[in-house]
Design a protein around this ligand. Structure first.
Ligand SMILES: [Mn+2]
Length: 352
């Protein structure tokens, strides 16, 4: 599965999680054992320096969880190096408001052989990008994550697939370390919580999620400012590119789709990363069960984002086309023309 496909899954509505009381086979992984928390605390208390990583092209949950724990470790007197393994190391524009960016170092300054490393929200070793070698060379690797598919690539797993976000586990780790929530830590955790619950809209939004949000908001953080940074801003050029994409949107037999070329983006100087949100506008369409947006990247390949309202498994469609994802949110890469790409998509959709 390509990183882009995983990004599709993480950006979109998650399917409803099974109840954690279901302890039969095939259910979510059970909550983290006390013995594992204890071992994590022992490893951390014995360390002078802790190296933190999250997945490449981090979202609010990955970066927010990592920075929140980074703050807590620093206040315990640990040296902290935090990073993510992108080739072009830069914090995504939407996340530059997060406090704690001084904890970040580019991958080339990350400890080559960390004695203790902690990874956040990365479901696979692959998703650590340039930091894979550092991870492989680390003596101990604690994996903090909530993806049910997590490979458990570390020496210790703190994985709970019933958690709505990795930030939920990060908060627990901070408490167990004897840390307290301040406004900076809470801002980072809140960014994770709202990102992964889609602003408390997804089915993962449990009473526990709102209780955690209440603890975070009680520190005095600005929910309005965080919401604007994460969801409600874009450069003017985005509106122009969006207008072009909406101008040519098509509705055919329950399928709504459009495309954005690199020429469209170049005309307004809009980077590829800024067109991710177009699918969220297109998928609103009442008359369509499935939404597709083809986004041409800087290399000329089409990154295909797909969404379903539930009746169709777009994950299966995208797997058949070489990609992957979830039932309601998936993606793949196409090197064909727009017409050929859509013809192949329709063909697979017909089988689903
Ligand atoms: Mn997450």
């Amino acid at each position: 599965m390509t990183p882009d496909v995983r990004d599709e899954a993480r950006r979109a509505d998650r399917p409803a999680r099974a109840e954690s009381r279901d302890e039969g086979g095939g259910g979510p992984r059970s909550a983290i054992a006390e013995a594992d928390w204890d071992r994590a605390l022992r490893l951390i208390s014995a360390a002078d320096e802790v190296a933190l990583s999250c997945h490449v092209t981090p979202d609010g949950d990955a970066l927010g969880s990592m920075l929140a724990v980074g703050f807590a470790l620093r206040s315990l007197g640990k040296r902290v190096a935090a990073s993510f393994g992108d080739r072009h190391f830069a914090v995504p524009r939407l996340l530059r408001f997060l406090p704690g960016q001084d904890l970040l170092v580019p991958p080339e300054e990350f400890p080559a052989e960390p004695a203790l490393m902690i990874t956040f929200d990365s479901s696979t070793f692959e998703r650590l990008g340039l930091l894979r070698a550092n991870t492989a060379a680390a003596r101990e690797v604690i994996v903090v994550d909530h993806h049910p598919s997590n490979e458990g690539f570390g020496t210790l797993s703190l994985i709970d697939s019933t958690a709505a976000a990795t930030a939920v586990l990060a908060e627990q780790l901070i408490y167990r370390l004897g840390g307290r929530l301040d406004r900076d830590i809470a801002t980072c955790l809140y960014a994770g919580l709202v990102t992964d619950t889609g602003s408390f809209r997804h089915s993962s939004t449990t009473p526990a999620v709102h209780q955690m949000a209440a603890r975070l908001v009680a520190t005095g953080l600005r929910t309005d400012e965080i919401a604007r940074e994460l969801w409600d801003r874009s450069p003017f050029s985005y509106l122009k590119v969006l207008a072009g994409a909406l101008e040519r949107v098509m509705l055919e037999d329950g399928l709504v789709w459009t495309y954005v070329t690199r020429v469209d983006r170049a005309a307004y100087g809009l980077p590829y990363s800024e067109v991710e949100g177009i699918i969220d506008i297109v998928r609103r369409t009442d008359e369509a069960e499935v939404a597709v947006v083809l986004k041409e990247d800087d290399q000329g390949a089409w990154q295909v984002s797909t969404r379903s309202k539930g009746a169709v498994d777009v994950g299966a469609v995208c797997v058949a086309l070489g990609g992957g994802g979830h039932h309601n949110a998936a993606g793949y890469t196409s090197h064909d023309s727009v017409e050929e790409t859509m013809a192949a998509f329709r063909r697979e959709l017909g089988k689903a």
